[in-house]
Design a protein around this ligand. Structure first.
Ligand code: F6R
Length: 251
């Protein structure tokens, strides 16, 4: 059974299980995709959206949604990293979504973990998003420190796509995917908070107790760059889809 809550402009849907959360998110994303064949979809990696991507691929196979003209932009990528590395976000996206749908790979963009000139690359990523008409719907997860994309807690909000040094907390959290924490790249390229806020619609998915405090701070406390997700309070079309554990501190 799902429950709906409202935190100022932000709608929160609390589901009993991860499977229900993923199905709910897939319904919302699919409904938006049906409105526009050349939909521009912003994507996240990590464990949170895996169920959503599985369900979107199922809907595609069932003929309910079509990816043929969909264009995608991913939030972030480690830097440096080769796209063939099985820990790269490009590899993750191919495996968990792109290779399971009829999307054209040339219409999918993930920040280039091999870019020699990162400033030039970051500007071109912004230009390409604009040229595509902007992101129609951005999928987000949230870090247990409140990060969105790789916008880590700090004393400001970064506007556009940029290179970021990962915090110890994030390196530690992401080391579960690597053989050891030493192998986690120390930097990433990420959309800025401004890039994310420009998306017309935002759907954030989160599950597990380790997200509860960050979500409480993002929704129930003041907007602060110490919890980058809190900036979503200023966006007019955000839906967060959470499981009970992630929502456990929300009242
Ligand atoms: C990944 C990303 C990150 C993750 C966050 C949560 O593209 O942007 O902000 O969404 O670190 O990761 P998981 O879902 O693995 O807990």
């Amino acid at each position: 059974m799902k429950k709906e809550m409202q935190f100022n402009q932000i709608k929160v849907i609390v589901c009993d299980t991860y499977d229900e959360l993923s199905a709910e998110a897939a319904e919302i994303v699919a409904a938006e995709m049906k409105k526009k064949p050349d939909f521009v979809l912003g994507l996240a990696t990590g464990s949170s959206p895996v169920g959503l991507y599985t369900k979107l691929a199922e809907k595609n196979r069932a003929g309910e949604i079509d990816f043929a003209n969909v264009r995608t932009f991913n939030l972030d990528e480690y830097y440096p990293i080769d796209p063939t590395n099985d820990q790269s976000y490009r590899y993750f996206m191919n495996k968990n979504l792109f290779n399971k749908t009829n999307i054209k790979l040339e219409n999918t963009r993930v920040p280039d973990g091999t870019a020699a000139d990162t400033d030039k690359f970051c500007q071109s990523y912004e230009d390409d998003i604009k040229a595509a008409g902007g992101v129609d719907l951005q999928v987000l997860g949230i870090g247990n420190n409140g990060h969105i994309g790789f916008n880590e807690p700090c004393d400001k909000f970064y506007n556009i796509t940029h290179v970021v040094e990962l915090t110890e907390n994030t390196i530690e959290a992401n080391s579960r995917f690597f053989e050891s924490a030493d192998l986690v790249p120390k930097k990433a390229i990420t959309m800025g908070v401004g890039t994310i806020m420009n998306a017309k619609k935002i759907v954030l998915v989160a599950n597990g107790k380790n997200k509860a405090q960050a979500l409480y701070e993002a929704l129930c406390c003041d907007v602060t760059p110490n919890n980058q997700c809190s900036v979503l309070q200023y966006h007019k079309d955000v839906t967060m889809i959470l499981d009970k554990d992630a929502a456990s501190l929300l009242k």
